[in-house]
Write a protein that binds this ligand. Structure first.
Ligand code: SF4
Length: 681
């Protein structure tokens, strides 16, 4: 947002309503913030301290408005405590402007005036939204005495009937009387602040009253009316005005005309969505919930599901430093997406901006339909070239139906610049003909004879590099990915060049909805490594982006240079198991990070090709475990492994004998023996 003509008009309006001194102050704040914003956008790694912040004052409210997420909540209401606000302000030494607006009615917070006094004593510009139901004469006088800078009166109807239908529990006449009272006190005391404006949320109930709201503003001496769109999430879609867009535009046109006659300024942000690149909120605004969670703006939290949203926040300002969160991988990834014109998944309900879209819109289609290339993997749409090219390499062996399902999910991915390669590893079930007929745009690489899991994957990776890809996503044929997976992985990887490998949250594709893997850890116990969260119910315990030790080969994405520097997977790991662990370990030794991205989600059936506790699988696990330990383990790791492998074999023998499957345990023992004698590459 630049400082253009409409901004100059705004300044003219300000001079009339709050005087030259206050206007100069606002212009100075805007200008310095614009300079800061441009610098921060241009040099993302530079440490900054924001000049403005929006803090939610409370989640308590005396009303139940039809479009407010609070009306659909089950969470216990709570206030922002003064001490917490002070702690937050201390983290932001350059703070010059605070917007005390969130959901909830600010005047219900017992610490409200203490917070105001503290902010004003620091000469901070304070703005807030209020429903004016609790604006007694005494309260209004205190606000005028404190010279709060700006108050938006939330007025969603020009008539008692409409207003009270939306603002359930409020009394229209009382609200208007309270607003007039505040304006009168200003006149009597000769104070120009608070500057009062009207904020109207336009929905199906009130859209034909827009001219009436302008008239009401004029009668009360309010100089500006702002019309904004209703936030639509599941519970409020019925209030959307898109279906009567023409009528809303006519009403808005009449409101503008009336405003011109009455010298009232109208600002409207309704249907025209701007390109997401223009969004400056994650730089200029930052929204902190009453309990300290940091989000790019308040729109990302208003979804009727605050608990889930807090899990997706960038952290808590009362627990971590702002600088850590600002420079953190998650926030950097979101800002990077916005710079690239991709609407981040956090912003899927955004009423202001629309991106090229890595999130599916309502009805399952992508927000930016030009990014969807179902069945045309090779044909990247216009604009895709700006995004890193990702090769999706799917390994298939005698699983044409599974591979079809997997390919369908990849084709539905909203990430545009992708190149899909299916490696058919010596199948004899007619996979190649079957899949070629159904996915003509997919590159099908026929590997004959079967080169095993490691050799097969490497063939695909080499093909991907030859085709000029920046990243390679490795998948198995029994994996289904969510449409945002590729975009989420790329965004995190692009945020930091030291991130070499990224991986998703994987759920078991068996109807249990349980986590299968949230990244892996190397422990040198009987299986050498273990997958975090395996078999657990997802309660949000793995919802942070964080470093892990490895990802299984069925789902990870590697930077091109990592594959090139490491020389692909080590084919010394025959068949399956631990080639992925080894690959990640070698990447870490080269200084790369392995990062888990919880917003990238996939579903994995598992063991579809090699069976569960089968002799074949267990034999190769044994061979490769020992090979891995010999290559990477320190002396203490080797002892640890020897102990756990020995006791593990005894326990497994007891358990599997009951199932008549002792053959698999003996195969593992043989594998361990063979692994010990296998020559090191
Ligand atoms: S929700 Fe909208 S305004 Fe907020 S950061 Fe996302 S794109 Fe920007």
């Amino acid at each position: 947002m630049g400082l253009g003509k409409s901004y100059r008009d705004l300044l003219r309006y300000k001079v009339r309503h709050v005087g030259i001194r206050n206007t100069f102050h606002v212009a100075y704040l805007d200008l310095s913030e614009e300079v800061f914003y441009r610098l921060a956008r241009r040099f993302p790694s530079v440490a900054i301290s924001p000049r403005s912040i929006q803090v939610e004052c409370t989640t308590r409210c005396n009303l139940k408005c039809t479009f407010c997420e609070l009306s659909y909540w089950t969470e216990k209401p709570a206030d922002l405590e003064f001490e917490n606000l002070r702690k937050m302000a201390e983290q932001l030494p350059k703070l010059r402007r605070v917007d005390l607006t969130g959901i909830g009615e600010s005047l219900m917070n017992r610490d409200f005036f203490r917070i105001l006094e503290f902010l004003k004593s620091r000469r901070i510009y304070v703005t807030l939204n209020d429903n004016f139901t609790l604006m007694s004469e005494k309260t209004a006088r205190r606000l005028v005495d404190l010279e709060v800078d700006q108050i938006f009166l939330s007025l969603d109807g020009a008539t008692k009937q409409t207003y009270e239908k939306i603002r359930v529990g409020a009394n229209f006449d009382k609200v208007i009387e309270n607003a007039r009272g505040l304006m009168r006190i200003k006149r009597e005391t000769g104070k120009r602040r608070p500057e009062v404006k009207i904020n109207t949320v336009v929905c199906l109930t009130n859209y034909n009253e827009l001219p009436g709201i302008v008239e009401l503003a004029h009668e009360m001496g309010v100089g500006m009316v702002q019309f904004v769109n209703v936030m639509t999430f599941e519970s409020t879609t019925a209030l959307k005005t898109q279906q009567v867009m023409r009528s809303v535009e006519e009403s808005l046109g009449a409101a503008r005309e009336r405003a011109r006659q009455l010298d009232v300024v109208v600002k409207a942000e309704l249907f025209e969505k701007l390109p997401v690149q223009q969004c400056d909120f994650p730089w200029k605004r930052n929204f902190v919930t009453q309990n300290g969670y940091l989000h790019p703006c308040c729109h990302t939290t208003q979804t009727g599901d605050r608990t889930a949203q807090n899990g997706r926040s960038f952290g808590n300002l009362l627990e971590s430093s702002f600088q850590e969160m600002w420079k953190g991988v998650a926030y950097s990834a979101l800002r990077r997406k916005i710079r690239q014109g991709i609407l981040p998944s956090e912003c899927q309900y955004c009423p202001k901006y629309v991106g090229r879209g890595d999130v599916p819109a309502e009805g399952g289609s992508s927000v930016g339909s030009d990014l969807v290339a179902i069945g045309r993997a090779g044909a990247a749409p216009a604009g895709a070239a700006a995004m890193p090219k990702v090769a999706v390499v799917i390994l298939n062996y005698n699983g044409k139906l599974l591979a079809e399902r997997s390919l369908n999910s990849v084709m539905r991915s909203s990430y545009a610049n992708k190149d899909v390669i299916l490696v058919d590893n010596g199948s004899s079930d007619g996979s190649v003909e079957y899949l070629r007929a159904r996915f003509p745009g997919v590159r099908i690489l026929e590997v004959r004879p079967n080169r095993g899991v490691v050799g097969g994957r490497n063939c695909g990776f080499r093909e991907a590099i030859a085709r000029g890809c920046h990243y390679v996503l490795s998948l198995d044929n029994d994996v289904r990915i969510e449409p945002e997976l590729v975009g989420e992985l790329v965004a995190v990887a692009e945020a930091d060049r030291s991130i070499g490998i990224v991986g998703p949250k994987t759920y078991a594709d068996d109807g249990s909805q349980r986590i299968q893997c949230a990244g892996g850890q190397i422990r040198y116990t009987q299986n050498v490594s273990s997958e975090r969260g395996s078999g657990e119910t997802d309660r949000g315990q793995y919802d942070r982006i964080e470093d892990v030790d490895y990802f299984p080969g069925c789902g990870f994405m590697a930077r091109r240079e990592v594959l090139e520097k490491l020389g692909f997977l080590d084919e010394g790991f025959s068949e399956l198991a631990h080639e992925d662990t080894d690959f990640c370990m070698r990447a870490v030794r080269r200084g790369y990070r392995i990062v888990y991205v919880p917003r990238a989600v996939m579903w994995h059936r598992g063991s579809a090709t090699h069976g569960g506790y089968s002799a074949h699988r267990k034999y190769w696990e044994g061979v490769n475990s020992v090979y891995f330990v010999r290559r990477h383990g320190r002396l203490s790791d080797r002892f640890k492994y020897a102990f756990f492998a020995g006791t593990g074999l005894i326990c497994a023998l007891a358990a599997q004998s009951l199932r008549g499957n002792q053959k698999a345990v003996l195969a593992k023992a043989r594998g361990i023996w063979d692994g010990l004698h296998k020559p090191m590459a």
